[in-house]
Design a protein around this ligand. Structure first.
Ligand SMILES: Nc1ncnc2c1ncn2[C@@H]1O[C@H](COP(=O)(O)OP(=O)(O)OP(=O)(O)O)[C@@H](O)[C@H]1O
Ligand SMILES: [Mg+2]
Length: 531
């Protein structure tokens, strides 16, 4: 069990949440939802002890172990796969590192000898000699083959990385599993795999996600962060959503008698639980639903940012021409002789091998010059890029949001920059907070502001929907549909791809490619459904 007592987090300018009282029980899977910046990651960090709350406390049974899979999937890029897993037992990893450092010394003295023997004893006690083989077995079980175990994390696909990070979390043999947006880098197959995995995990799972489908599949409870409060609701995401919408509608409609409202809601609850009668947990869930009262449900207040890109100028005939492009990384052929020419009005979705797609975008942006073949942007083209990994833009940067944005703007006035921030829902004092404290989704919104500042006529996006809440995804989706220039992009969001792209280029596992002028659904129909 986890007991949260009177928990509060306050920043100088703002209360994130306060008076939070919650209980989490084993066997349940809790889905944490809330807008970007609502405090989901902060809440998980407080549960795991990484951050301190301003007030209140958390009680967890003494002997229960807790592991966390963090929102930043790039954090271990410079570690090998095996080491990343072993870090899951931090003490063991630290001992091993200190021990190895002592043995590597040339002037090994007596004190070093004593220290080394102390470390050896603790290492053996923690079963250190078994660690590598245990980590290996765990990885194998998650489908990470032996050939990958000595590779660096940066050489892995997003899918593989998340599995390794999960192995890291499981390495400590936890009773409580905290997962912060685990589905961000996963493809559909891997998400299904994670759903299965979580449904058989017996401890407490607390998972942050913006993926409706995933939340519906795995969660028994929703933890909603809104209005500066955190509340637990029984049921999955759909149930929470429908009932909060209904509550909102009722709150607006003040003419109706209160009893009538209650009746309506009860009818809805009855209908909903009947609909779900086929689901696995039907009986227990139905019991829980019966307990829900009107007071448990509150309307939600989510806001939509505005995303719109200005066209710099009409494009000429030459937009982008790629010829015989080949990219090999760490001995693997990512792209094998790729040829394509971008035509007017084309919005191209790249699907398939994500490492290859990121490599291609980095080449087209001039960030990576280690390739064969050629590419040429047209004279009239100004292109703008949204990279998948934005850590470099924010870490160790001591600027507030206005000054952060000013770095990328010709027009330097405060009012002008505030206008852009306002569209991205950073209004008033929000604009004065430090860029480095931003949440995952807030960083993405800043990256969009940066792109929106400079008019261009070709946009490249590498996974723009990762980290964003549903409202922001909708805003980005609409912004890209209405953009009048060219777009090259990749995303894992089905609807997003289908509503934006009119051409699909798939990079296959061997580096070869397939190129079709068609919608995403038609493409899938042709190559994946028919076969
Ligand atoms: N030291 C600080 N001072 C002021 N604000 C802060 C500080 N640290 C964090 N914040 C703010 O707290 C809020 C909560 O951040 P958190 O990372 O918990 O959000 P989140 O719900 O996980 O969002 P996302 O869905 O984008 O990942 C954000 O608005 C963030 O900018
Ligand atoms: Mg977060």
């Amino acid at each position: 069990m986890i007991y949260v007592n009177n928990l509060g987090v306050r920043f100088p300018d703002r209360i994130l949440f306060d008076d939070v009282n919650l209980t989490f029980s084993p066997g349940n899977c809790y889905g944490v939802i809330g807008a970007n910046g609502a405090g989901k990651t902060t809440f998980l960090k407080i549960l795991s002890g990484e951050k301190e709350a301003t007030s209140g406390d958390i009680t967890i049974a003494k002997d229960s172990r807790m592991s966390i899979l963090k929102q930043d999937h790039f954090a271990f890029d410079d570690y090998t796969v095996l080491d990343t897993v072993i870090i899951g037992n931090k003490r063991l990893y630290d001992i091993r590192e200190e021990k190895n450092a002592i043995y590597a010394k040339e002037d090994f003295n007596e004190a070093d000898g004593i220290r080394a023997s102390e470390l050896e004893a603790e290492f053996a006690e923690l079963n250190g000699w078994e660690a590598e083989s245990e980590a290996g077995i765990l990885l194998q079980g998650l489908g990470i083959e032996n050939s990958l175990h000595e590779k660096y994390m940066r050489e892995l696909t997003g899918n593989e990385k998340v599995k390794v990070l999960l192995a890291q979390a499981l390495f400590g043999n936890p009773d409580i599993l905290l997962l912060d947006e685990p589905t961000n880098d996963l493809d559909i197959k891997a998400v299904l795999w994670l759903e299965d995995f979580l449904s058989t995990f017996e401890g407490i799972v607390i998972v942050v996600s913006h993926d409706r489908y995933f939340l519906n599949e795995v969660c028994t409870h929703m933890v909603d962060i809104d209005f500066g409060k955190i509340n637990i609701f029984t049921g999955n995401y759909d149930f929470w959503y429908e009932s909060s919408q209904l509550a909102l509608q009722m709150a607006k409609d003040r003419n109706k008698a209160k009893e009538e409202k209650i009746k309506e809601l009860q009818a809805f609850i009855a209908k909903f639980s009947a609909n779900k009668s086929k689901s696995k947990q039907a009986t227990s869930r139905k019991k829980l639903l019966d307990k829900i009262s009107l007071d448990d449900i509150r309307p939600s207040t989510r806001k939509y940012p505005f995303v719109g890109f200005t066209l710099s100028r009409e494009v000429g005939n030459e937009i982008l021409n790629v010829e015989n492009l080949t990219k090999v990384a760490d001995g693997t052929v990512l792209i094998d002789n790729l040829n394509f020419r971008v035509n007017k009005n084309e919005k191209i979705a790249f699907i398939g091998n994500e490492l290859a797609i990121t490599a291609l975008f980095e080449i087209l942006e001039g960030h990576d010059t280690d390739f064969e073949g050629e590419f040429k942007w047209g004279q009239t083209i100004t292109h703008s890029y949204f990279p998948k990994d934005n850590n470099d833009f924010f870490e160790n940067v001591d600027l507030n949001l206005i000054d952060w944005l000013r770095q990328y703007s010709e027009e330097q006035s405060q009012i002008y920059l505030q206008g852009f921030l306002g569209k991205m829902l950073f209004s008033g004092d929000d604009a004065l907070k430090k860029a480095k404290v931003l949440s995952g989704g807030e960083r993405v919104r800043m990256m969009f502001s940066r792109m929106m500042l400079t008019p261009s006529n070709a946009l490249i996006f590498d996974q723009p929907t990762n980290h964003l809440d549903l409202e922001s995804i909708t805003a980005v989706n609409n912004g890209l549909i209405s953009f009048k220039g060219n777009i090259l992009f990749t995303s894992k969001d089905h609807q997003f791809i289908d509503t934006i792209a009119n051409r699909i280029i798939e990079i296959l596992p061997d580096g070869s490619s397939r190129d079709k002028t068609t919608s995403y659904n038609e493409y899938l129909e042709e190559y994946y459904v028919k076969q």
